[in-house]
Ligand binder design. Structure first.
Ligand code: UD1
Ligand code: MG
Length: 469
């Protein structure tokens, strides 16, 4: 191929052209040995593809095109709420170059294509910005990193000016080329429509018999176009996921990034290597998270909260100063400030604990409200119930017994439930009652002496007594 003339170069330069993200996510991911699409495997609490899409969004791309193919229906269903993404189907997975070609009908005018790999999740929006700027200054740009263990990633060879000379895939590389530690991160800024000319001329003349995007970029460089090599400040950004070991590595790095943000925000993680943390989780200042804790989904933890070892918490809120004792499971629960939960408690969706409530071991609460200060210390089940300031008394001095509170039951304030006892569905206990017998479904249990009113009492008593009584 002959070098491009200066005129051709400026015609294909894309300065000022809109930035469009193209995320390549159609591959089979054979080395994952999985029934599922590779980009749906989770790392850091989200599918791999979600990280690339978010980076594209954060980089302010005008449009996001995602190329899907293998298990396309499954992938699209998993991202049905990503309304800003245009899905493009690559029916046969003939390689990364062929994948980018599928975007051609969607990139008719001048555009700068920011090409991402759906299996490279650590990419940052700033990196995409740097690539775009470099490409706008010349022709194209690609992210490179120097790794101690370059593994199966493509090796990058620079020309005398430090721009791209050639990319060679590891499986097509000679022994000398394999010794190169500078790798292709699989993230590029390429001018459209110019890049499509090179993609149309690709041939599957390689070990995998595929149409390689890397060959098209190399061809552009050989034709005299400047493809800038943008060295990643954080080489981890280049890590891709092709097998389960790489998935585990990337997962740990994504969790570590989140841990870093929370730790710098004032939360303590006593054993960070054993903490699992989802991307949306918030942990307030002076909270302490012990070993082997999982925090996932939309979990918000307030200030000064202690979470002991082995707790598993999803989609829950925990108020300031609360203590979650070891091995408690909270799912969709709201725990008020100053509460104490566990050990071995289970709060199921809709469990709401008022301030300073106490839930002890082997207590299960489903869709029920436990009022402020209420206590269910051991062995209780509360389903669809409302409990105002009550106490379950499970210990008779010798053994502990269960308390069961039925569906839609209402436990009045200051009720004492002396176990073993069962309050039936829709039953009500009157405030201040000491319940020692089962309450049948639908019944009202009142256990207290009848109120006596003494008429005219205040007139008969000595002066000042009203204030003292
Ligand atoms: C690719 C690069 C390699 C680079 C590495 C970075 C090529 C030929 N090689 O290798 O230089 O170091 O990424 O991670 O580009 N895909 C499709 N359709 C296809 C094939 C792949 O959409 O027909 C998608 C995959 O879903 C994946 C991405 O493109 O998200 C990269 O493909 P993959 O097969 O993982 O390429 P690598 O071997 O990792
Ligand atoms: Mg890959």
């Amino acid at each position: 191929m002959s070098p491009a003339s200066p005129a051709q170069r400026s015609a294909s330069s894309s300065s000022g052209a809109s930035r469009v993200a193209v995320v390549l996510a159609a591959g089979k991911g054979t080395r994952m040995k999985s029934e599922r699409a590779k980009v749906l495997h989770e790392a850091g609490g989200r599918p791999l593809l979600a990280w690339a899409l978010d980076a594209a969004r954060a980089a302010g791309c005008a449009r996001i095109l995602a190329v899907v193919g293998h298990a396309a229906g499954e992938v699209r269903a998993a991202f049905s709420d990503a309304v800003d993404v245009t899905w493009i189907e690559q029916r046969e997975q003939l390689g990364t170059g062929h994948a980018l070609l599928q975007a051609e009908p969607h990139l008719t005018g001048e555009a700068l294509a920011l090409v991402l790999s759906g299996d490279v999740p650590l990419v940052r929006a700033e990196t995409l910005g740097r690539l775009a700027e470099e490409a706008e200054r010349g022709w194209g740009a690609m992210a490179v990193a120097t790794l101690a263990e370059p593994g199966a990633l493509g090796r990058v060879i620079a020309d005398a000016r430090g721009d791209l000379a050639r990319i060679v895939e590891a499986r097509d590389a000679t022994r000398d080329e394999l010794a190169i530690r500078r790798v292709n991160a699989g993230i590029y800024a390429l001018p459209a429509p110019a890049i499509f000319g090179f993609l149309h001329r690709l041939s599957p003349d390689n070990d995998q018999g595929e149409l390689y995007l890397t060959d098209a970029v190399t061809a552009a460089a050989c034709a005299g176009h400047r493809v800038a090599l943008v060295e990643l400040e954080d080489p981890d950004e280049a890590l891709g996921v092709n097998d389960r070991l790489e998935l585990a590595r990337v997962h740990r790095l994504l969790v570590a990034r989140k841990l870093r943000v929370l730790a710098l925000g004032g939360a303590t993680f006593l054993d960070p290597d054993t903490t699992a943390l989802g991307p949306e989780v918030e942990v307030g200042r002076d909270s302490v998270v012990h070993a082997s804790v999982t925090l996932s989904g939309a979990t918000r933890i307030g200030q000064g909260v202690t979470i002991h070892a082995g707790a598993w918490i999803r989609d829950s809120t925990i108020g300031a100063g609360a203590v979650i004792e070891p091995y408690s499971v909270l799912d969709g629960a709201a725990v008020g400030a100053g509460c104490r939960v566990g050990p071995f408690a289970r709060l199921r969706p809709g469990a709401v604990l008022g301030e300073k409530a106490k839930v002890g071991n082997f207590v299960e609460i489903k869709n029920s409200t436990l009022g402020a200060g209420a206590k269910a210390n051991h062995l209780a089940y509360l389903g669809d119930a409302t409990v105002g300031g009550a106490i379950t008394c499970n210990y008779d001095g010798q053994a502990k017994h269960p308390t069961t509170i039925g569906e839609r039951a209402f436990i009045g304030s200051d009720t004492m439930l002396v176990a073993p006892v069962e309050v039936g569905d829709n039953a009500v206990t009157a405030a201040g009652s000491v319940i020692t017998q089962d309450v049948p479904a639908g019944a009202l249990a009142v256990e207290r002496t009848r109120q006596r009113n003494v008429p005219g009492w205040s007139k008969r008593r000595p002066r000042g007594a009203a204030r003292r009584s």
